[in-house]
Ligand binder design. Structure first.
Ligand code: NAD
Length: 500
C-alpha cells in the first residue's frame, strides 16, 4: 500500500520515521493508503528548507508573487474535479460539497492576487518640517499551518495563499486523516512557478507539531482544529515567542423568532445542520425557538424533510446524496455515544440516526440525521461540540432568553437569527458574543476579503484568518520617519511636540 511522505523543496520525500497512520475511505471503511508520521528531525528539515527559501522569496516583488497566485488559481480550477474527488474519497463529503469547499478556498487565492494593493501601507507627508513618515509591511519569515480534517482544501487555503503572497515561506502540517488534497495543491503551486522551499508539507502528528511550535526559526503559527488542541497550540507557541492564531471548536445557535419565514427556516436548517454530515465548524447544531408554537411547527416540518434525505457515499449514486459518512469509525461511534447521552439526560429524541446503514456501504461510517427536542444547558449534547448530523432544539420564551443562552455558551464561532423584524436583528448583531453573525443567513462564513474567526473559546489570539486580519497576521509593520535633505539647521529638529 502507498505511503504518502513529505513534500520538501518541491520534491516528494519518503519519511524514515518508521511511524505511519492509515487513511480510510469513510464511505466504504476500506484503507486507501498510509501517511507518514514524521519525526522531529524530518520536521526540522522542512523548516530548514523554508528558511533557506525565505531570502529569495521575500525579495520577490509583490506583483510577481501575485502572478504565481494567478497561475495557481487557474491550475486549481483546471484540476477542480480531480481535487474534489480526492476530498470525497478521503473525507466523505458529497462531491458538490467538495467542489464548494474548493471554491471558497480559491476565493482566498483571488484575494491574495491583490497583494500589491494590500501591502501598500500608510504614508504621511510632512509630519515635521521636511519629515515624512511611512510604514512597510514586511514578511514575518517562516510560517507554519496545522489544519483539521474537515476542510482539507479550504482551511489550508485560508492560510498559505495570504502568507506566501505576503513574502513568507510556509510549512504545512495537514490532518493525517485526509492529507492527499494539500499535497496535490503543493504540486500545483510548484507548477505555477513557486520556487523551491517556499511551500513545504510535513505529514505527522503531535511530534511534528511540537517542533513547529517550538523551533526558533518559525515566526508564526496558524492553527484550526478542536478547542483543547487550539488552546495548547496557542499557549505553547506563544511561550516560544511566536505570533499565533488558533481557531477552535464551535456550537452554533440559530434563533428562530415567531415572525421568521417558516419555510426559509426549515430549508436553511436542513443544509446548515446536516450538510457535510454536520462536520463543519459553522454548522448550526442548535435551533433556539422563541415560543412553543415555533418549536412545534419546526419539529414537524424538519421531520418531514429529514424523511426525504438521501444519505450515502459522496460519489457514485444516480442522484447525489445530501449527506455522506463521518470521517472515521471512532468518530461515528463518538457521535452515536452523544445521542445515547442525550436520551439518558432526558432530551426527546425525535429522529434517531444511530441505526442507519447505507445501502451497499454497510462498512461505511454513516450516522443518519438526528433530531432532538427539549434540549437544555447541562446536557452534554448541548454543552459540547458533537461534530455530527445531530440538531438540538432548545425552547425559550423570549428573545432575551435566546441571547442569554448563546452568550453564556463557551463557544462563539457563528450564530444566526431568523426574523422579519429589523429592530430585533440589529439588536442581535449588537449584543451577541459571537464572531460571525447571520441575519436570515444560516452559515455566515465571511468572504475572503473579510476575515474569518470566532470569539470566546472558538479562537485563541487576536487576529482572524484571511481578509485584512490575514495580511496583518502574516506581516510585521515597520514605521519609518525620514528627513530629506539632511542639512536642515539646528532648531528645526524633529522632536516631540511641546504643549502650548
Ligand atoms: P484536531 O484538533 O483533532 O486536529 C487538528 C490538527 O491538530 C490536526 O492536524 C492534528 O494532527 C493536530 N493535532 C491533534 N492532536 C494534537 C496534539 N495533541 N498536539 C498537536 N497537534 C495535534 O481537530 P480535527 O478533529 O481534525 O477537526 C475538527 C475540529 O476542528 C472541530 O472541533 C471543529 O470545530 C474544528 N474546526 C474549527 C474551525 C474554525 O474555524 N473555528 C474550522 C474547521 C474545524
Amino acid at each position: 500500500m502507498k505511503t504518502l511522505g513529505n513534500y520538501i523543496d518541491c520534491e516528494h520525500v519518503a519519511s524514515q520515521s518508521g511511524r505511519t497512520a492509515t487513511v480510510y475511505n469513510p464511505a466504504t471503511g476500506e484503507p486507501s493508503m498510509q501517511v507518514a508520521l514524521s519525526s522531529a528531525d524530518e520536521t526540522r528539515a522542512a523548516i530548514a528548507s523554508a528558511e533557506e527559501a525565505l531570502q529569495g522569496w521575500s525579495k520577490v516583488s509583490p506583483l510577481n508573487r501575485a502572478r504565481v497566485m494567478f497561475k495557481f488559481k487557474a491550475l486549481v480550477e483546471e484540476h477542480a474535479d480531480e481535487i474534489a474527488a480526492m476530498i470525497t474519497a478521503e473525507h466523505g463529503k458529497v462531491f458538490s460539497d467538495a467542489k464548494g469547499e474548493l471554491t471558497r478556498g480559491l476565493e482566498v487565492v483571488e484575494f491574495a492576487c491583490g497583494i500589491p494593493h494590500l501591502l501598500k501601507g500608510e504614508h504621511s507627508l510632512n509630519v515635521g518640517r521636511g519629515v515624512d513618515s511611512y510604514s512597510k509591511m514586511q514578511p514575518v519569515g517562516v510560517c507554519a499551518g496545522i489544519s483539521p480534517f474537515n476542510f482539507p482544501a479550504m482551511v489550508p487555503m485560508w492560510m498559505f495563499p495570504v502568507a506566501i503572497a505576503c513574502g513568507n515561506t510556509f510549512v504545512m502540517k495537514p490532518s493525517e486523516k485526509d492529507p492527499s488534497t494539500t499535497y496535490r495543491l503543493a504540486e500545483l503551486l510548484a507548477e505555477a512557478g513557486l520556487p523551491k522551499g517556499v511551500f513545504n508539507i510535513v505529514n505527522g502528528d503531535k511530534e511534528a507539531v511540537d517542533v513547529l511550535l517550538t523551533d526558533p526559526r518559525v515566526g508564526a503559527i496558524s492553527f484550526v482544529g478542536s478547542t483543547p488542541i487550539a488552546e495548547y497550540i496557542y499557549k505553547t507557541a506563544s511561550e516560544h515567542g511566536k505570533r499565533v492564531q488558533a481557531l477552535g471548536g464551535a456550537k452554533n445557535h440559530m434563533v428562530v423568532m415567531p415572525d421568521a419565514d417558516p419555510e426559509q427556516v426549515v430549508h436553511s436548517l436542513m443544509g446548515a445542520a446536516y450538510g457535510s454530515a454536520g462536520e463543519r465548524c459553522m454548522a448550526i447544531s442548535v435551533a433556539v425557538c422563541v415560543g412553543d408554537e415555533v418549536a412545534d411547527n419546526l419539529i414537524h416540518r424538519l421531520g418531514e424533510e429529514i424523511a426525504t434525505m438521501r444519505v450515502g457515499p459522496g460519489v457514485g449514486l444516480p442522484e447525489e446524496a445530501h449527506m455522506g459518512p463521518l470521517i472515521t469509525k471512532e468518530h461515528a461511534a463518538k457521535v452515536k455515544g452523544y445521542i445515547d447521552s442525550g436520551v439518558e439526560d432526558g432530551a426527546k429524541l425525535v429522529v434517531d440516526g444511530r441505526d442507519f446503514v447505507a445501502k451497499d456501504h454497510e462498512n461505511g461510517y454513516f450516522v443518519g440525521p438526528t433530531l432532538f427536542d427539549q434540549v437544555a444547558p447541562g446536557m452534554r449534547i448541548y454543552d459540547e461540540e458533537i461534530f455530527g448530523p445531530v440538531l438540538c432544539v432548545v425552547r425559550v420564551n423570549s428573545y432575551a432568553e435566546a441571547v442569554k443562552l448563546i452568550n453564556e455558551h463557551e463557544f462563539g464561532n457563528g450564530t444566526a437569527i431568523f426574523t422579519r423584524d429589523g429592530d430585533s436583528a440589529r439588536q442581535f448583531c449588537e449584543e451577541i458574543q459571537v464572531g460571525m453573525v447571520g441575519v436570515n443567513v444560516p452559515i455566515p462564513v465571511p468572504m475572503a476579503f473579510h476575515s474569518f474567526g470566532g470569539w470566546k473559546r472558538s479562537l485563541f489570539g487576536p487576529l482572524h484568518m484571511h481578509g485584512p486580519d490575514g495580511v496583518r497576521f502574516y506581516t510585521k509593520m515597520k514605521t519609518i520617519t525620514a528627513r530629506w535633505p539632511t542639512g536642515l539647521r539646528a532648531g528645526s529638529e524633529f522632536s516631540m511636540p511641546t504643549m502650548k
